[in-house]
Design a protein around this ligand. Structure first.
Ligand code: B12
Ligand code: SF4
Length: 510
């Protein structure tokens, strides 16, 4: 495989419905508004054709289902995810209230939806990360802003709608007892459209405060909070799926807690994946306990293979020289590794792409996810880039970690974008998939099947999404993986240590 060049890499196939949302018809007549009916929308965002389309239907965000659970019983509530390619959002009947979750990359689509529904008589409530970091920008597009925890705010907002005294802004902190929150209302999700509907969340916050992370946003106080392990296990069981994805920022933040959670999950005989920071491997007994509890994959924010970058970002993490040993520990316990890498830090030179790709292959990471460093508004990184005059623009739609929105220190923005695209092309290539095959030949066929499905089948993913077949196609594969993992756990628990890579069909984490 050649190294990245100054020329743009070959453009990847990407149909219009993966990059553009359905057109809203502003001329269409408005129907009557149905009282006590709330519609919750996850707006469309353009998909990066370099990466897998499969990622977007792995598991749903909990943004909407979490506060939907706090809806009073006399309200009807419906879920609509524009990324499931079902066309225009519902309008017959018109909802009395439309709740939209807003991230910076799809803020403009959220505002367009808001305008469309407001012009037809619905009250629009905006909430989510972007509302928290840029409330002034969002305010003109909403009847009400929900700044902070929606679980506390949503019932208050609906009560005020009913009494005709809706305020323009509602604020809540994240300091409540997380154990008091109701379980997310997963019954409103379209089950056929996701690999699993069981997005679980056990903890809030993180012990780190990396300068580039959204957790460092001004005004966001998210003290570390945990749900009872028993509550989490009960939610997993109740959703009836064999596989769950933890969407916690960092499930390994509090190790004694993770131990207890593993104890609660183990008897379920199910499988799961989660995002953790690599320091979770400080304790080999914890890794074994995760494997015995059904963990088949972890999404690890390595971020960089250069210690100076990690120090600049203020990430508390082991030395990068020790990463390979730690990856081996996970593999030895049958846990796949999806490595997450950020490109474009100040100590990254033009060799960062080949160096990182080489390391991933050498250590046989089953999957890798790349992000161009992105200064999210109201974070320390954003302030630094702004002070140094390095921001190229404030077009939030391009703040999607697939575009260079700042001037990197040691390369041009174009070189950074080309290097990023080259990384995906290399890691998704036949040669690289083969190089990273598991050491155990028995695991190779499944590994190849999954790699090709996940990394090289974007056309197929689009078809599955459009025909609501994601779940039907994956469920048998997931079930097979679960059964195999149950056998693996039995062997693992019988042996002191195992040296056998897992044979999983589900990607590691989100
Ligand atoms: C699941 C997930 C996904 C899923 C689903 C995404 C989707 N939008 O459908 C997948 C895997 C597809 C995905 C993809 C991406 N993601 Co993502 N994802 C997450 C993850 C892990 C969990 C989200 C979640 O469920 N949170 C839990 C809920 C309960 O929290 P919440 O969303 O904040 O909602 C609460 C409040 O904000 C509020 N609220 C939210 N909306 C509303 C609306 C109303 C009306 C009200 C009243 C209240 C309210 O109430 C909720 C309860 O308190 C988060 C990290 C995290 N732990 O949050 C990253 C995260 C959201 N993703 C992120 C990114 C960058 C991406 C990608 C761009 C990455 C990439 N390059 O591929 C893509 C593209 C998606 C996009 N353009 O937004 C960033 C966003 C950073 C930022 N500042 O915007 C996060 C924060 C990860 C991170 N640590 O950087 N993602
Ligand atoms: S370890 Fe991950 S979740 Fe925690 S602050 Fe750093 S980037 Fe954010």
């Amino acid at each position: 495989m050649r190294e990245p060049t100054a020329q743009s890499p070959k453009r990847r196939w990407c149909p219009a419905d993966m990059t553009r949302p359905p057109v809203l018809d502003f001329a269409a007549p408005a129907g009557p508004v149905k009282p006590r009916y709330a519609l919750l929308i996850n707006p469309f965002y353009p998909k990066d054709p370099n990466a897998s389309f499969g990622k977007h239907v792995l598991t749903p965000t909990l943004a909407l289902t979490s506060f939907a659970a706090a809806t009073p019983a006399h309200w009807e509530v419906r879920y609509w995810d524009e990324n499931l390619l079902d066309g225009r959002p519902p309008s017959a009947p018109m909802p009395e209230v439309v709740g939209i979750t807003v991230h910076l990359t799809f803020a403009s689509r959220a505002f367009e939806l808001a305008q469309w529904y407001r012009s037809r008589g619905s009250k629009v409530v905006l909430g989510g990360l972007h509302v928290l970091s840029c409330p002034a920008e969002c305010a003109p597009h909403a009847d009400a802003l929900a700044v902070g925890d929606g679980v506390q705010l949503w019932p208050r907002i609906l009560a005020d709608v009913e009494s005709g005294c809706l305020h323009s802004k509602y604020t809540a902190t994240y300091e409540t007892d997380y154990r008091q929150d109701p379980a997310p209302r997963r019954s409103i999700l379209p089950r056929r459209s996701f690999l699993t509907t069981t997005s679980l969340i056990a903890t809030r916050g993180c012990h780190n405060r990396c300068g580039f992370c959204y957790l460092a946003t001004d005004g966001l106080r998210m003290p570390y909070r945990m749900r009872d392990p028993g509550q989490v296990a009960a939610e997993f069981l109740a959703d009836g799926q064999p596989y769950a994805v933890f969407v916690d920022n960092n499930l390994g933040s509090n190790r004694p807690y993770l131990f207890k959670l593993c104890q609660a999950l183990r008897p379920l005989n199910k499988i799961w994946s989660a995002a953790v920071s690599i320091d979770v491997t400080d304790d080999p007994a914890l890794i074994r306990s995760m494997a015995l509890a059904g963990c088949t994959g972890v999404f690890v924010g390595f971020e960089s293979l250069t210690d100076e970058n990690l120090a600049d970002a203020r990430k508390k993490t082991p030395k990068t020289a020790d990463y390979a040993r730690r990856v081996r520990m996970l593999h030895d316990n049958g846990i796949q590794v999806n490595g997450s890498f950020v490109l474009g830090f100040d100590h990254d030179r033009k060799d960062v792409f080949t160096r990182t790709a080489g390391w991933i292959e050498e250590n046989r990471l089953e999957c890798a996810t790349f992000h161009i460093l992105t200064p999210y508004p109201a974070t320390p990184l954003f302030r630094q880039m702004e002070a140094e005059g390095r921001l190229l623009h404030r077009d939030w739609t391009l703040y999607d970690t697939a575009h260079a929105v700042f001037r990197p220190r040691h390369m041009s923005p174009e070189e950074l974008e080309n290097g990023y695209a080259w990384m995906y092309q290399r890691l998704f290539s036949h040669a690289s998939i083969w190089r990273r095959r598991p050491a155990d030949w028995r695991a190779v066929p499944t590994y190849l099947a999954v790699s090709y499905l996940y990394k090289r089948s974007n056309r197929f993913w689009r078809l599955l999404i459009k025909h609501h077949s994601v779940h039907a196609v994956w469920r048998p594969l997931v079930e097979m993986t679960r059964l195999r993992h149950v056998r693996f756990r039995e062997e693992l628990s019988a042996s002191e240590t195992m040296n056998r890579p897992g044979t999983n069909v589900v990607a590691a984490g989100v």
